[in-house]
Design a binder for this molecule. Structure first.
Ligand SMILES: Cc1cc2nc3c(=O)[nH]c(=O)nc-3n(C[C@H](O)[C@H](O)[C@H](O)COP(=O)(O)O)c2cc1C
Length: 138
């Protein structure tokens, strides 16, 4: 069952902050999976993630027909591994979009910043191996 909203814990937020590149998975309506590395993936509050769509083709097409996203957080310094799932909204105008564009262009002016993908986190699962692996945390 998908929650309406889920707030990350301090441990999860710390792990998130250690990530440089996120493996972001989407799926078509027919269930064909697609996973891509994403650099611009930011936690804007405890339950909301922003991804900048600069180059998405299959990911964007998937989100248009099936607005769900999954990614995991793991790296040598994250202290844990968490699988995050959420519901995505494609935003291509307005204040939030302009803010994302500004951040993207501050880092790299030439990037397209075509869309803001706003994700509301629905669930987090334990992704570390061992006892509790795969269990729903929130
Ligand atoms: C290290 C790295 C970081 C990337 N960061 C982004 C990003 O922040 N936004 C983006 O749209 N694409 C980014 N890409 C490109 C995507 O991974 C991917 O090539 C693009 O979404 C097209 O694939 P798709 O057709 O499966 O969506 C990045 C690629 C690499 C290798």
């Amino acid at each position: 069952m998908v929650n309406t909203m889920t707030k990350l814990t301090e441990e999860m937020k710390k792990a998130f902050s250690m990530m440089k590149i996120f493996p972001v998975a989407t799926a078509s309506k027919d269930g064909i999976p697609n996973v891509v590395p994403i650099g611009f993936c930011r936690l804007v509050d405890d339950e909301t993630v922003w991804i900048a769509d600069n180059f998405m083709i299959k990911s964007l097409a998937n989100l248009e027909e099936n607005p769900v996203v999954a990614f995991y957080i793991w790296g040598p310094d994250t202290g844990g591994c968490f699988q995050i799932k959420g519901k995505a909204e494609i935003i291509s105008a307005g204040d939030k979009f302009e803010k994302m564009k500004e951040i993207v262009h501050t880092t790299k002016p030439g990037l397209l910043a075509k869309n803001l993908i706003e994700i509301k986190i629905s669930n987090v699962f334990q992704c570390s191996p061992g006892l509790g692996a795969g269990q729903k945390l929130i």
